[in-house]
Design a protein around this ligand. Structure first.
Ligand SMILES: [Ca+2]
Length: 207
């Protein structure tokens, strides 16, 4: 036992010495000096009113529409369902503001189908909500189908969850290789901001 105790005392003494040596070395290190040549003096601006730090100032979103013309404007449109005054024809009136939007009932999938009247070459779809910040950021999941006769639809763009954010125009643009179709259908299965799909404008672009 005595040997063990001596061994422990010896170890403690060695640890203390090591600690003291480390502390002495650390204290000896000179403080880092600042070279005046490397210092940039920034003059404080004269502040007469509250200022926002530039890093936190929201930049205005610049909306860039797809190339070509929105050929869905004013065309016939149908939906599998709609709530209250939020009828499907509101997605082709050229207005994203106020109550000019369609909203499906909670009976997913909600489909929204535009008839372009004749087979048309298209290359982009824009799905827009009202860009007013009063509309909170939300996600919507939808897929796209196309049809020549309005009865038999084929899958065109697989289902995907998209983010609609008023800070970035509250819109989603899908750009693709030219295709020819008469009917274009959106099929919604989720909306984190309401019980059914919502669209203020369903735009289909042709060059
Ligand atoms: Ca509208």
């Amino acid at each position: 036992m005595k040997i063990v105790r001596r061994l422990l005392i010896g170890l403690l003494a060695a640890a203390n010495v090591a600690l003291i040596l480390y502390a002495v070395t650390w204290l000896k290190e000179p403080p880092q000096s600042i070279d005046a040549a490397n210092v940039t003096v920034v003059k404080a601006p004269k502040q007469t009113e509250p200022m926002e730090h530039p890093d936190f100032v929201k930049k205005d979103y610049v909306l860039v529409l797809p190339e070509g013309t929105n050929i869905a404007l004013g065309k016939k449109v149908e939906a599998s369902s709609f709530n209250d005054v939020y009828t499907p024809r509101k997605v082709v009136d050229g207005d994203t503001a106020g109550i000019s939007y369609w909203e499906g009932k909670s009976d997913y999938p909600n489909t929204l189908t535009v008839d372009l009247k004749q087979p048309s070459k298209i290359h982009a779809i824009r799905v827009a909500l009202c860009p007013d910040p009063a509309w909170g950021k939300r996600t919507q999941t939808f897929s796209v189908q196309i049809s020549e006769d309005g009865n038999k639809f084929t899958d065109f763009i697989d289902s995907k969850q998209y983010t609609f954010d008023p800070d970035t125009g509250n819109e989603v643009q899908l750009i693709f290789e030219d295709i020819k179709t008469r009917f274009v259908q959106l099929s919604f299965t989720e909306n984190s901001g309401a019980g059914g799909g919502q669209v203020a404008e369903f735009e289909i672009y042709s060059k």
